[in-house]
Design a protein around this ligand. Structure first.
Ligand SMILES: C[S@@+](CC[C@H](N)C(=O)[O-])C[C@H]1O[C@@H](n2cnc3c(N)ncnc32)[C@H](O)[C@@H]1O
Length: 248
């Protein structure tokens, strides 16, 4: 079964919002001024896009293929420009952006070579691209694998692992800068927000496992939530930083 973001748009913002740690990381790594053009590729309902707009003087643009997601983003009225586009067509002129990023998008892109080619085209020389995703190791260590073990295989099938991403990026002209990993190490009871997210199938992987696996996992999760069982949280995200180099 494919993922229909026009359908998911109805409930997306009930359980998903921007991660301020991610925004802070962008701000720490990048100089932003009034002259800076930023691209949020696969911006969804614009949560990260709007947060960056609030926190910088830069011009922020979101590109998103799903009309319903984009309409939600536009409805936030934050002065961000949201355009229809995807990995094959980013509707901007060559060398327009000073910085581009994508959060939780790359596993939805059917052809990452085409995506890197198009991102290379719209980025300026000496600009950065940051891909926020999860490695296969991080997917295996997600705390909810205990409840939904079937998610591991479906996720590893659709998420390109980090070496594959780097290879595709470099074939298409980018240069590797660095990797930042945000793996955690703490224990606490399951948060109500997480239970709500699962009940709303707020992660697309819940649409990719069988209903039986989903219902069984949800029942076990509710049980542990009610008993306030402490869970070990370890996995985080991978920030892959790439550069479009200066040509001699
Ligand atoms: C999990 S959502 C993440 C949205 C947003 N980046 C965020 O973090 O809130 C994945 C987004 O990727 C978009 N997407 C799917 N296929 C895409 C493609 N080929 N090119 C660009 N974006 C795509 C979806 O429509 C969806 O909005």
């Amino acid at each position: 079964m494919g993922i229909d973001y026009n359908e998911l748009a109805k409930k997306y913002d009930l359980s998903r919002k921007e991660n301020m740690g991610t925004i802070t990381r962008f701000l720490e790594n990048q100089p932003f001024s009034e002259e800076t053009n930023i691209l949020d590729f696969g911006c969804g309902t614009g949560n990260f896009t709007c947060a960056l707009k609030r926190m910088t003087d830069a011009s922020v643009y979101g590109v998103e293929p799903a009309d319903e997601m984009r309409q939600k983003a536009i409805g936030k009225n934050t002065g961000v420009s949201f355009e229809k586009g995807n990995h094959e067509k980013i509707p901007f002129i060559d060398s327009f952006f000073d910085f581009a990023y994508m959060t939780d998008v790359i596993h939805h892109v059917p052809d990452i070579n085409a995506m890197f080619k198009e991102l290379y085209r719209v980025l300026k020389q000496d600009s950065s691209l940051c891909i926020v995703t999860e490695s296969h190791k991080q997917i295996e260590s997600r705390f909810w694998v205990k409840y939904f073990p079937a998610t591991v295989e479906v996720e590893k099938e659709r998420y390109p692992d980090i070496p594959e991403i780097i290879e595709s990026a470099t074939i298409n002209g980018f240069v590797f800068s660095k990797i930042e990993i945000t793996d955690a190490n703490h224990r606490h009871a399951i948060a109500q927000n997480f239970l709500m997210l699962v009940e709303n199938k707020g992660y697309s992987m819940f649409h990719l496992i069988s209903n039986e696996d989903y219902e069984r996992g949800l029942a076990d999760l509710r049980n542990d939530y009610d008993k306030q069982v402490e869970i070990e949280y370890r996995h985080g995200e991978t920030f892959l930083w790439l550069k479009k180099p200066v040509k001699d």
